[in-house]
Design a protein around this ligand. Sequence first.
Ligand code: ZN
Length: 299
Amino acid sequence: MTDYLVRVMTRFGTVRALACVTTTLVQDVCRRHGTYPTPCVALGRALTGGALMGALLKTGQRVALKFEGNGPLRKVVVEADSNGTVRGYVAVPDVDLPPRQGKIDVAGALGRVGLLTVTKDLRLKEPYQGVVGLRSGEIAEDLAYYLAESEQVPSAVALGVYVEPEAGVAAAGGFLVQSLPPADGEMVEKIIRRIGDAPPVTEFLRSGKTPEGMLEFLFDGIPYETLEKRPLAFRCTCSRERVERAIVALGREEVADLAAKQEKADVLCEFCRERYEFSREDVERILSEMAEEKPPGES
Ligand code: ZN
């Protein structure tokens, strides 16, 4: 099954829900970063949460989630856009923690004290930013807390990544359910009960159920309409041109220093681990092009 997301809405628009499978993209990203199981599950949950958040954006908009905690994993960063493209990384990919009560200890790795920062590029003058304290360090609960507190939308979030000891990521996915105004209390109660009865997301997926099947379970007996089904994939937005712009942004002095002292410059994209190599000649060319630019204020 390739990765995709389904978005549905109840008849009077009071509850919307999204469900997705992200197994392939989580495999892809975790392999690139060489993550150990615990960081892989943390990153996979965040990537899945990012995919769900991205699906709520309008065309061309982007969202970034940054989970920072006091644990050894330190940081998980994920970016997603409205087209179903996701990328992300963890600060320390080789954190090795024993399971806690038989489960991968994501909260122990990320830490239970910290911040979740959500930045949205809505193509306005200023990006929108919301910050909340970490609720549990388990990612899904933190995201639900952010949505309720910062965006004032009561939300339930479930995110799951199942890692096989040898084979790696075997299943990943999640769902997001939101109560929209005017709130239909009775319907929300009913769905909350179903969420409570639902097996973990990865159990759903491993038993062969689809995101559509997950939503059918959650909306048991409640009529809804499917608004959209879209593919999801890992993709990085880095390019040699962008890396070159980042080198230019270092300023003349730094670039001159680089050209003088280094045989070559290696730049590693932290999101996808792609390595960009710049020879001394490349750096000298960048420097000479910078010299041609007139300083600001001069005409
Ligand atoms: Zn990249």
